[in-house]
Design a protein around this ligand. Sequence first.
Ligand SMILES: [Zn+2]
Length: 147
Amino acid sequence: MTATAHALVGGAIAYSIQNPILGVTLAFASHPLLDFIPHWDFGWGWRNKSKLKLFTEASLDLAVGIALSYFLFGQYVNFYYYVACLFGAVLWDLLEIPYWFFGWRFFPFSTLHSIQHHIQGKAKLPWGILTQVVTVAVIVFMLQIFR
Ligand SMILES: [Zn+2]
């Protein structure tokens, strides 16, 4: 999913789960689980995009995601706990940066890329955005049970 979706779920976990070990584990596990759901992402068709375009889009996506997630959830919880959950939720995609931008086609980057590539549920626009909005909303709502 987009970094925005991952960052929001990571933030919501920090906000709702009081136990930090459980929270960080959940945030980390949320990434591949979310990616199973059919969605659209900036990375689609990355081979046809210039590195600059891809980098700009990915950075904006991450910046918007972090800003939104901090505004909605992060500011209300322990800062370090929030950052740990955020980091756990987006780490998987951060680890793909060397593969994409430096051409590091070797372990563990290539392995991680191919795993992430294969579990991705792909959907075209606009449905691929809608599935993310709905998924994130449902997860945020469900997490409120723990608060
Ligand atoms: Zn991913």
